[in-house]
Design a protein around this ligand. Structure first.
Ligand SMILES: [Zn+2]
Ligand SMILES: [Zn+2]
Length: 228
């Protein structure tokens, strides 16, 4: 079985997964209780495609990421995190990874993987925290609960830089010109921009999907920090 076939097998397994009754009930109950948090939006079926398959080099990275995912899930999350599609997104430049929790898609930054493969596990860990919080029905942003979980692996902030990683806290990669990050408090989608918006902006994703008007909030700016 080739690396790509083994990755595809993991994708298929993730696609076939459906949340159990108990998980759904618990998440809904928690979401109702959590202040300022609305209805839990569940895990839609068929939320990602099985194509295109990764090349051999990518498959190796992805299989290693899957091993880390499994290990972290057992060691830090009590096995709560549902199976995900892990993929390398070549458009990711300014973050090490991205979790679409509802769709169960974990995207990794191929530039960072190539340059700092030893930090992959910390990227996976960070993104899994988003998924774990969402699965429990809790606000899935960089909350206090998020930071407390990060501390389990010795991180003193939400960043996943490790000691000696020169790009640790900066999320800046070769070719990246995206410095400003906004996040939608409703769908958790992040927007990476070259500069600040001059006016309040609504989440285009929520608007398109009929989830109402939600103002995106500034969550980070890297102005003047990029060593490139
Ligand atoms: Zn994050
Ligand atoms: Zn949104």
């Amino acid at each position: 079985m080739s690396g790509a076939d083994r990755v595809e097998a993991r994708w298929r397994q993730a696609l076939a997964w459906r949340p159990g009754r108990e998980l759904v009930d618990d998440a809904r109950r928690t979401a109702r209780r959590a202040l300022g948090h609305g209805t839990w939006r569940g895990f839609p079926a068929g939320s990602f495609a099985l194509a295109p398959l990764p090349g051999d080099g990518e498959a190796e990275q992805l299989l290693a990421a899957y091993e880390e995912f499994d290990r972290l899930n057992a060691e830090h999350f009590g096995g709560v995190c549902p199976p995900v599609k892990i993929v390398i997104n070549p458009r990711l430049r300014s973050t090490g990874g991205r979790m679409e929790a509802r769709q169960r898609v974990l995207e990794l930054n191929g530039y960072r993987l190539a340059e700092y493969p030893e930090t992959r596990i910390e990227v996976v860990f960070h993104e899994m925290i988003h998924l774990w919080l969402y699965t429990l029905g809790l606000p899935a942003g960089h909350t206090e609960a998020f930071k407390a979980k990060m501390a389990e692996r010795g991180h003193t902030s939400i960043r996943y830089g490790v000691p000696g990683d020169p790009k640790g806290p900066r999320h800046a990669y070769p070719g990246s010109d995206r410095r400003v990050v906004y996040r939608c408090p409703h769908c958790e989608h992040t927007y990476h921009r070259r500069r600040h918006y001059g006016q309040p902006m609504l989440c285009g994703r929520c608007l398109r999907q009929g989830h109402g008007e939600h103002r995106i909030i500034l969550v980070g700016a890297l102005d003047g920090q990029d060593p490139r």
